[in-house]
Design a protein around this ligand. Sequence first.
Ligand SMILES: Cc1cc2nc3c(=O)[nH]c(=O)nc-3n(C[C@H](O)[C@H](O)[C@H](O)COP(=O)(O)O)c2cc1C
Length: 148
Amino acid sequence: MKKMLIAYVSRTGNTAKMADYIAEGVRFTGATAVIKKVSELKDADALADYDGFIFGCPTYHKDMTASMKTFLFLAEKANLAGKVGGAFASHTHSGESGPMIADTMQHVFKMDMVNLGALSLKQDIVNTDEGLKACQAYGKNVGEKLAG
Ligand SMILES: Cc1cc2nc3c(=O)[nH]c(=O)nc-3n(C[C@H](O)[C@H](O)[C@H](O)COP(=O)(O)O)c2cc1C
């Protein structure tokens, strides 16, 4: 069975909720989805057992968090070239982090990114049925790409 890692940062829970909903969508496709906070992933070996990766982080001060930047340096060492990838984020207005993460995954790690780009949701949408469905659909899309 294919295995997807969903690794995220969340300060107040919005992005964490997106991770849960995206995992549901991944599981609809028959893949296993494992959800971890980036703080739980201590070295590149922690990324070794997965076929696909979805990384998420909210926007704070028009940027991703320092913890996500540190995690991306760790992920760089895991050699994710050619692996299926996606990215997600919640925000209130400017929403830089999702596209930034997707950009690094695509251009630096050379991953095989889902063609939807990053899923960026305003925080008010995350807790609605629309938010749930958008996250599930995104997870399903990445899961289908993983299934090939
Ligand atoms: C101090 C602070 C700075 C923020 N800066 C931005 C920002 O620059 N752009 C933006 O779109 N949202 C910004 N936000 C909103 C957060 O991205 C939003 O609340 C997000 O859903 C938080 O996700 P989390 O609950 O996963 O931590 C900011 C929030 C706080 C508290």
